[in-house]
Design a protein around this ligand. Structure first.
Ligand SMILES: NC(=O)c1ccc[n+]([C@@H]2O[C@H](COP(=O)([O-])OP(=O)(O)OC[C@H]3O[C@@H](n4cnc5c(N)ncnc54)[C@H](OP(=O)(O)O)[C@@H]3O)[C@@H](O)[C@H]2O)c1
Length: 428
């Protein structure tokens, strides 16, 4: 290794060019802070000729990221191509096998292969860092692995997909339908090429799975996560939830209980006055609760060139400074298999029902809820011009199986005119 720390960057899109810009703009500052200069020696992308708005003339070019990862003049391989498998994984494995440190922003790859890659990196004695993969510019991985290392973490929550939060915010503040808000977000370039990654909750689920592993000392278990996107959230529910003092968010929650590890990324209600309830637009927020620290809230840009490149460079600086940490906060071989929760923690639920406008309809609903052990905390009925009466119910804390049993029984009453909507209310 020369005195200069040499980066090889594979992927020169949004994040990759952002990293190049920081290295070029802050060469002197980085050198001063890290005690050694940082330089880019080699780069790779699909198209060599594309104008990327940065000067790349002084860097060696490789068509194949695997070849780049193995170059002797690369100390840290920076993987910014994306994709759970394919070239990203092949090049990361090649870099580790060649004894190079790796910095990546690739949550999909780590959510699916994090355990194997972490074991390989630790066996090879190299760092595998991924701050940029979770909540963009927010240094949440660092917060969990370092600043909060003295805590038993009890719960991690977060709004970690800016596109979903932007869509929900626009539905709320501009009264747009889901389709209209989605089209607007798409027009602004906020939606991934495969929209399901965003609006289906998959991207945010990947991030939560990584945080859960660090928080609870368990192997990354994305496959056990309950995932539900925002496609079914209606403007009606956003308005009605607002009337009751709540906002609807695509909220990720990971917590270890006696039932096992709960991981869910689903639309839920949070109090409007809470930090999560006040989060608007594309911003991300992560809430961490620990037995000693109680609760901390981290808020910031969850994506974009500058914020994501900032997180990548934070990892690079740690490596230059000689920091060495286990990938998920404790040696990968000591991570326990995640015990999937056999049931969700009980919660209050928001129910929206459309009932026939006839005497006794509400009583039949109350009977079904009561028969399933669900008690009503609050109820609201709306004026209605037609024959359908919209009714909102907030339940007291109830177990999900009881709610599901009630939801199955309700159509049998003959008083519903549409499918009931049920959303969890998260205590935050
Ligand atoms: N964008 C964000 O705000 C953000 C935030 C957090 C995390 N991330 C993560 O960061 C990573 C990169 O995201 P991005 O938004 O920068 O993606 P992007 O703009 O689509 O850029 C991807 C880059 O990878 C290159 N590439 C793709 N396949 C390649 C291959 N087979 N060989 C060599 N190069 C290849 C592309 O080359 P060409 O340019 O020649 O096509 C492009 O330069 C992803 O893992 C993403 O999930 C992104």
């Amino acid at each position: 290794m020369t005195d200069t720390l040499r980066l090889g960057i594979a992927g020169l899109g949004t994040v990759g060019t952002g990293v190049v810009k920081i290295v070029q703009r802050h060469a002197e500052l980085l050198s001063r802070r890290c005690g050694r200069p940082i330089a880019i020696t080699a780069i790779s992308a699909r198209s060599r000729d594309k104008d990327r708005g940065v000067n790349l003339r002084h860097y060696a070019w490789e068509d194949d990221p695997v070849v780049l990862a193995r170059r002797p003049d690369v100390d840290v391989f920076v993987e910014l191509m994306g994709g759970a498998d394919g070239p990203a994984k092949a090049a990361t494995e090649a870099a580790i096998a060649a004894g190079k440190h790796v910095v990546t922003a690739n949550k999909a790859m780590l959510a699916h292969h994090g355990q194997a890659l972490a074991e390989a990196a630790e066996a090879a004695g190299v760092n595998l860092r991924f701050e940029a993969a979770v909540a963009g510019g927010i240094p949440v991985v660092k917060a969990l692995t370092e600043g909060l290392a003295g805590n038993a973490v009890t719960r991690v929550m977060g709004v970690m997909n800016g596109t979903c939060n932007y869509i929900l915010t626009r539905m709320d503040d501009a009264g747009l339908t889901y389709e209209e808000a989605f089209a607007e977000a798409d027009g602004l370039g906020y939606v991934e090429a495969d929209p399901e990654l965003d609006v289906g909750g998959i991207d945010a689920g990947h991030k939560l799975a990584l945080l859960a592993s660090i928080a609870f000392g368990t192997r990354v278990s994305f496959d056990d996560m309950k995932l539900e996107g925002i496609g079914k959230v209606s403007i009606d529910d956003i308005r009605r939830a607002g009337d009751l003092g709540y906002k609807i968010k695509l909220l990720g929650v990971a917590q270890m209980t006696g039932r096992g590890l709960e991981q869910r990324m689903t639309p839920c209600l949070v109090p409007s006055a809470s930090p999560l309830g006040q989060l608007v637009g594309g911003t991300n927020m992560v809430v961490i609760e620990g037995d000693a620290v109680e609760q901390i809230v981290l808020r910031g840009p969850g994506a974009g060139e500058g914020p994501t490149a900032s997180a990548v460079m934070g990892d690079v600086c740690d490596i230059v400074r000689g920091m060495k940490l286990p990938v998920f906060g404790q040696p990968a071989e000591t991570l326990a298999p995640a015990p999937p929760a056999n049931a969700e923690s009980p919660a209050c639920f928001y129910l929206r029902l459309e009932l026939v406008d006839k005497p006794g309809a509400l009583a039949k609903v109350a009977t079904v809820l009561g028969e399933n052990g669900i008690s009503i905390d609050r109820m609201r009925q709306y004026d209605h011009p037609g024959a359908h009466a919209p009714v909102l119910i907030v339940t007291h804390k109830t177990a999900r199986p009881n709610l599901d049993a009630a939801l199955s029984a309700l159509p049998g009453t003959g008083v519903l005119t549409g499918a009931p909507v049920a959303l969890r209310i998260e205590e935050v």
